[in-house]
Design a protein around this ligand. Sequence first.
Ligand code: UDP
Ligand code: MG
Length: 339
Amino acid sequence: MVGLSDVVNDGTQDNLISIVVPIYNEEDGIQAFYDRTKAVLASLEGLSHEIIFVDDGSHDSSLQRLNDITACDPHVKIVKLSRNFGHQIAITAGIDLARGGAVVVIDADLQDPPEVMSVFVDKWMRGYDVVYGVREKREGESAMKLWTASLFYRFLKSVVSLDIPVDVGDFRLMSRRVVNQLKEIRERDRFIRGLVSWIGFNQIGVIYQRESRYAGETKFSYAKMLKFALDGITSFSSMPLRVATILGYGTSLVALVYACVVLIQKFMGVTVQGWATIMMGILFLGGIQLICLGIIGEYIGRIFNETKGRPLYIVEAVVNQDNSLQSTRGRNMTTVFRS
Ligand code: UDP
Ligand code: MG
């Protein structure tokens, strides 16, 4: 099993900016993304750059498009994962490979404008370790998605003691010392924006307008969003477990009070009530018990995931990687992939 985390990657360069871009079926937007990003990077004086596209198991022509770009631009690298591992893991693979003094994570769909990166770089040069984008306006997203996202960020803030900024995604710049710390954290059910808040150092937000997708559709179904939201909550808070305990105590108290009422009624000679009361009691208690079991199950599932100790991802091929990777531990991972 091969993971980039195994790679001894000490070829970091202070004046290099690494751009990490997760790609999952983005064939129609890749070229436009590359053109806009390249223009921004060319305007950064005194800094060189590398763009690391992480192909997260795309099954359209994304890889072919990426190969075409790599053939003309030695600054562009591709990490092809062996299958679809999900957005957070794709980002992790790119960050593991990055050698820059600063690493920027950005989606490929142009929802996060590449031009904002120059503001990120400016803040980084002024000494900030993390510069994250705060979404002020979000174009082209359904009212339901906006509402659920807003609810989630605020709920997360209320249950997590850590200061995770609201309306902030993974579009951000991280300094080398933050990246080095992040690389040490190998949690499986990852919530990277939370992990970066947890790492600390000097962090600052930059407000920007989130645009509509340039092409294609969102890869996040409501089920995936729910899983991601639960990852965020369970990675940073045991509050839900406490809620389960409180629910247990609460229902026991209600049951006790009701038992007293039933006893008094019995001594007063009131005959047995109908079955509706009993049914309500059974359903109520059954519901509470299942909710509590579900909450515990969410945590146990994640413990199970961690204990298996599998690598976070498997790399199938790397394109345009330099010598530092080729010479690692006797494994030649640099497969030049041309389909
Ligand atoms: N993505 C990925 N793997 C996945 C899902 C998405 O690499 O399993 C990439 C996708 O190609 C895009 C970024 O992650 O560059 C964000 O995905 P998307 O735009 O669908 O998310 P949204 O902006 O709708 O939350
Ligand atoms: Mg998007």
